[in-house]
Design a protein around this ligand. Structure first.
Ligand code: ACM
Ligand code: ZN
Length: 757
């Protein structure tokens, strides 16, 4: 009897801790029977100052998340149960690792170094079970350490400014999920955000702009509201202390030699063009004005860096180096003289010279530089670390040259990109980095040897804030994607599993709800795929969502009689011209999950067969030719992967649609995108031919394009009134006209729905 009960307890214990909810998932969890139950006398007992402080940090979290107040002490107090916290550098785990032993009597957390105790505390915090007034943790043993030593998050505070109350909240989110680096982007074209005592105009002038771009860059609209803000040195010291207590290193970024309009507005003598009025930028993008590499500029930058290094103890100082236009240097007599004098190849050599000179200075102060991957161009600085953002090539090149690299490729780490369908998301710059994509990221580029791979320090996600005006929006872009990144960086490959992560994530959503965090619910969006149906004039709809999140409620509306059909989604279903409206939503316990609305436009070409003579570019190939007749009209945002656009770079669209039977044909309409800033131009002309047998075609109409709408429907009236096959040619403009971005290059031709009436 007793034995049997014991077994039940063991199984209960197993199920409790085996279904742990910890993010990032720990290395090893061994369950044991029983529970540690908190009582009013439970306290943290730290064996040294750092462990004591770790207990102090977690106290805040326990109050916020569990309304559980605990005391902290450096020596035993009274008879209360305690949670012993200690650092022991001999612990056999990697840096930042920890070991936890939970028994009914007490909990012991031993950290090796670098936040190990805090990380152990965070793990047990996530194991807390609260029922009524009982707060407990299942017994067991955890051994854990991170896979990567650099676990970073970036925040751009130049494009939009966030006050120190929010910066602390941001640091809390990082700490909660065992991230250890905050890359603070403090200067850029749109605002200088750090007080520098020797150069007061940097913040008097450089921290303020006379307006801000509104809407998307492609709309080129501005408000004229004065905007700005900056951090005083006193505030920065407070933030550095706050981060240090949470085992987070802050790497400040002072951008050079580009992205410096705000500094030039304050001190115009730092630029190449002397008789000009520089302004703090109101809009986004890359600007031609950059620092002129003359002696007074270097003195200025060294003085600025002195103050920066005095504020930030970080071993690394980030000096930017990305997106440096060379045109001013080309036209500057000083710059050209310097290129000759130093025997540099060209302006790229000058960029190298600039960064290397700054690096020597930073090194002389006992620190190292980090730069964006452009600093590889024209020769790498001595011992610089590369942040690889334009893909992984930068990191590969760096590691091959035995330089350290941090992975932050746009494909997986740009959290300013969309995480769901653009039509269901707040406006963002573009791109598509959904949660599962982040989760699937492998920071080690496949082409590296094991020895080269040791130069990859870890990864970081970036939050650029052109389209992120408020703290709530930062939270939305950060969460839950940072939780996926934290598991990428902390958890061993063997313990990573996306479905398991999702099930743990649902618990973390509840935690975040307790602090009114505006995390994104984009994973609850239902995606869909339209495919050809076996019956003519019909389409098949497949709804896509993770089954763990719940069943999908579907409604279709019959537009002829207004009747509605409600059902639970099981399998792909067929719709027709009578039922073109479909809405789908998860039937789960989560409130306010987004509804996906599908509005199909049926016409004579919809769902028919189509062949393309020219393949579109791989990047914008969607579902090939079928995309053009699937009943779904593209939106004007072409950058999302799920986009409906087919993109042709410098080439034409040539398509043949087979209607399946001879039918009347009055007109053909073809959708073209016009987005000059993205080098996308509508067809220069469109022509159609009609045939009854697919062999002999008769010309049926041609028009030259002369509109200027964002999305153009170019309609050609057919002079041939019946036929079965329609040949369509949309001619690429060929060359981008002068005076426009990309002038002289090949333009994109973006085509979507073709309809035949
Ligand atoms: C960057 O996104 N310009 C580093
Ligand atoms: Zn110059």
């Amino acid at each position: 009897m007793k034995k049997w009960l014991g077994l039940v307890f063991i199984l209960m214990g197993l199920s409790a801790i085996a279904q742990n909810k910890i993010i990032p998932a720990p290395l090893s969890v061994k369950p044991a029977p029983g529970y540690f139950t908190f009582d009013p006398t439970t306290y943290f007992l730290g064996n040294d100052q750092v462990a004591y402080k770790d207990g102090y940090v977690i106290k805040d979290f326990l109050i916020k998340y569990y309304n559980l107040p605990l005391k902290t002490a450096t020596k035993s107090i009274g008879v209360g149960k305690h949670i012993a916290l200690k650092y022991d550098s001999t612990l056999a785990v990697a840096d930042g690792g920890y070991h936890i032993l939970i028994s009914p009597e007490n909990i012991t957390i031993t950290g090796k170094n670098n936040g190990g105790v805090l990380y152990g505390l965070l793990s047990i915090m996530q194991l807390i079970e609260k029922t009524g007034n009982t707060v407990q943790i299942p017994c067991g043993e955890i051994t854990d350490y991170p896979q990567f030593q650099y676990r970073g998050m970036h925040l751009d505070c130049s494009r939009h400014f966030f006050d120190i109350a929010f910066i602390k909240k941001y640091i809390d989110y990082l700490a909660m999920y065992k991230m250890n680096t905050f890359h603070w982007h403090l200067t850029d074209d749109q605002g200088w955000r750090i007080e520098i005592k020797q150069y007061p105009k940097l913040t008097e002038i450089g921290a303020w702009r006379d307006g801000t771009m509104v809407g998307h860059y492609r709309d080129q609209q501005y408000d004229n509201v004065r905007y700005g803000g900056f951090y005083t040195q006193k505030e920065i010291k407070e933030i550095v202390r706050y981060a240090t207590d949470r085992h987070i290193t802050i790497i400040p970024e002072i951008e050079m030699p580009g992205h410096c309009m705000a500094a030039l507005a304050a001190y115009p003598e730092l630029g190449c063009v002397k008789d000009t009025t520089y302004q703090v930028a109101k809009g986004w993008g890359v600007f031609e004005d950059v620092f002129c590499p003359n002696d007074s500029t270097f003195i200025f930058l060294e003085n600025v860096l002195d103050e920066v290094m005095a504020l930030f103890p970080s071993p690394y100082i980030h000096v930017g180096g990305d997106e440096v236009e060379k045109i001013r240097w080309k036209n500057c007599s000083h710059c050209q003289q310097l290129i000759k004098e130093k025997g540099l190849v060209n302006e790229h050599g000058l960029q190298s010279y600039f960064i290397q000179r700054i690096e020597k200075y930073v090194n002389s102060k006992g620190r190292s530089i980090i730069g964006w991957d452009e600093i590889l161009e024209g020769g790498l600085a001595q011992n610089a670390t590369i942040m690889s953002w334009r893909g992984e090539e930068g990191a590969v090149l760096a590691a091959q040259q035995k330089h350290y690299a941090i992975m932050t490729p746009g494909s997986h780490c740009y959290f300013d990109y969309y995480q769901g369908a653009p039509q269901l998301e707040p406006l963002a710059i573009g791109g598509f980095v959904p949660l599962d994509k982040v989760y699937g990221f492998n920071p080690i580029p496949a082409s590296l040897t094991p020895e080269q791979a040791t130069y990859i320090l870890g990864a970081q996600a970036n939050i650029w804030t052109e389209y992120i005006n408020f703290p709530e929006q930062v939270e939305y872009m950060l969460l839950p994607r940072m939780l996926a990144l934290s598991e990428v960086l902390w958890t061993s490959k063997e313990n990573k599993n996306y479905d398991d992560f999702l099930s743990r994530l649902l618990f973390h959503f509840q935690l975040l709800d307790k602090t009114n965090t505006n995390y994104a619910k984009s994973i609850y969006q239902i995606n869909y795929k339209v495919t050809p149906a076996s019956e003519l004039n019909k389409l098949n709809i497949t709804l896509l969502s993770n089954p763990q999140l719940g069943k999908i409620d579907v409604q279709t509306i019959n537009v002829l009689n207004g009747s509605k059909n409600n059902f639970t989604y099981e399998n792909p279903f067929t719709v027709s011209a009578e039922t073109p409206y479909i809405s789908a939503q998860l039937n789960g316990s989560i409130k306010n999950t987004p509804t996906t609305q599908i509005k199909l436009k049926f016409n004579k070409a919809t769902g028919k067969s189509i062949t393309l003579k020219n393949e579109p570019s791989k990047k914008y190939s969607a579902d090939g030719g079928f995309t053009l007749i699937n009943g779904v009209e593209a939106t004007v945002n072409p950058s999302w992967n799920g986009s409906e656009w087919l993109g042709f770079l410098g080439t034409d669209l040539q398509a043949i649609i087979d209607l399946g039977e001879i039918d009347s044909i009055h007109s053909v309409t073809i959708g073209c995108l016009y987005d000059k800033l993205s080098w996308i131009y509508p067809a220069e002309s469109v022509q159609i031919w009609v045939s009854t047998n697919g062999k002999n075609y008769e010309q049926a109409g041609k028009i030259k394009y002369n509109g200027d709408q964002k999305r153009n429907a170019i309609t050609i009236s057919s002079t041939v009134k019946t036929g079965r096959y329609i040949k369509i040619e949309a001619i690429n403009l060929g060359t981008i006209p002068s005076g426009n971005p990309g002038a002289g290059s090949k333009p994109w031709l973006f085509i979507d729905e073709i309809s035949v009436e």
